[in-house]
Design a protein around this ligand. Structure first.
Ligand SMILES: [Zn+2]
Length: 329
């Protein structure tokens, strides 16, 4: 019996590998009719909120949110009992879930011109959620952020979760860096939560904040949100329920436009390059696009100062979905 087990062990792992492989996000290269679409999809015992619908190569797909865990997935409608609804109905239907509560909290904190939305996780936690922004940049990705995370956490937390705010332009400019990140993800060295950071990420050095970034007159918010999601899907990235405002700049109207897409704006209470210190439960912000070496240095320093706590599992990286989610359980 034992001998047989040993004989079949390699085959077992081979099959396991195939299963994991099959779960990797597909590249949707022929997307048409990509649109906002709301409703309830259920496959006992799990309910899902539908937030998008699209066609790819003749098949229909949904982007679905698990309102309890904030996890997302792409799936075909045939697997579910589906009830299309308008947004207000859908939000009412899911009103007691962590997802809906997080949307409401972001709306409540929408008045600030900077750093609206959810800006910290659960304070009880000894550790942080890392968010790294990939705004358009001519410089290469700061790969050291990710190789250092892997080195520090490989024995205690593998894959370590990081959230990357990505722009359409960055995806177009850096296909090799993107492939490199995807490879780390496929090898289970890190787990990436992809945050929508707009497509163009326009910025002016002259305009005041209230007319800058996405508040610039003439901004097409539909394009900025949906084209980024399409580019993610084309590149084999799974969109999350999160959105980060370029420059962390928004006004109340813009926050409501984003929550109308079913997306939760994510701020930060610890933008390291601006001298803000991280606390337990912080949502830390750095830029990994080569434009903010100071923030990267601070993060590496922070990481190294925690080496012993990390080894004892007393300081961890938290999955942004869980940090936001736990607050609303
Ligand atoms: Zn940015």
């Amino acid at each position: 019996m034992k001998k047989q087990l040993i004989k079949y062990f390699p085959l077992f792992f081979c099959l396991l590998g195939t299963i994991f492989e099959a779960q990797a996000q597909a590249n949707y290269l022929k997307i048409t009719s990509y649109k906002v679409y709301y409703g309830w999809a259920t496959h006992y015992p799990q309910d899902w909120m539908i937030i998008r619908q699209f066609e790819n190569d003749g098949k229909t797909y949904y982007l679905l949110v698990n309102p309890q865990t904030l996890e997302t997935k792409i799936d075909e409608p045939g697997f579910y009992k589906v009830k299309p609804m308008v947004l207000a109905e859908t939000r009412d239907f899911f009103k007691n879930t962590p997802y809906e509560k997080a949307l409401r909290k972001a709306e409540k904190q929408s008045a600030n011109i900077q750093d609206a939305g959810i800006e910290e996780g659960m304070p009880k936690e000894a550790g942080i959620s890392l968010t790294a922004d990939l705004c358009p940049s001519h410089r290469p990705l700061d790969r050291v952020v990710f190789t250092d995370i892997f080195r520090e956490f490989q024995k205690v937390e593998r894959p370590a979760p990081v959230a990357l705010s990505i722009t359409g332009i960055w995806m177009r400019q850096h296909p090799q860096d993107l492939e490199w990140l995807k490879k780390m993800q496929a090898d289970h060295e890190i787990y990436i939560i992809w945050i929508n950071h707009s497509y163009n990420h326009r910025v002016s050095s002259k305009l005041p904040l209230k007319e800058n970034f996405l508040l610039e007159p003439g901004t097409d918010i539909n394009y900025e949100v949906l084209e980024t999601e399409k580019a993610m899907l084309k590149n084999g990235l799974l969109p999350s329920v999160f959105f980060r405002f370029p420059g962390l700049v928004s006004d109340q109207q813009l926050v409501y436009k984003i929550t109308d897409f079913g997306l939760i704006p994510i701020g930060s209470d610890a933008w390291l390059a601006k001298g803000q210190q991280s606390q337990p439960g912080s949502i830390v912000l750095i830029h990994a696009n080569g434009n903010e070496p100071l923030g990267v240095e601070d993060f590496i320093k922070l990481l190294r100062s925690k080496t012993q706590s990390i080894a004892k599992k007393q300081w961890l990286l938290y999955d942004l979905r869980e940090s936001v989610d736990e607050e609303f359980q």
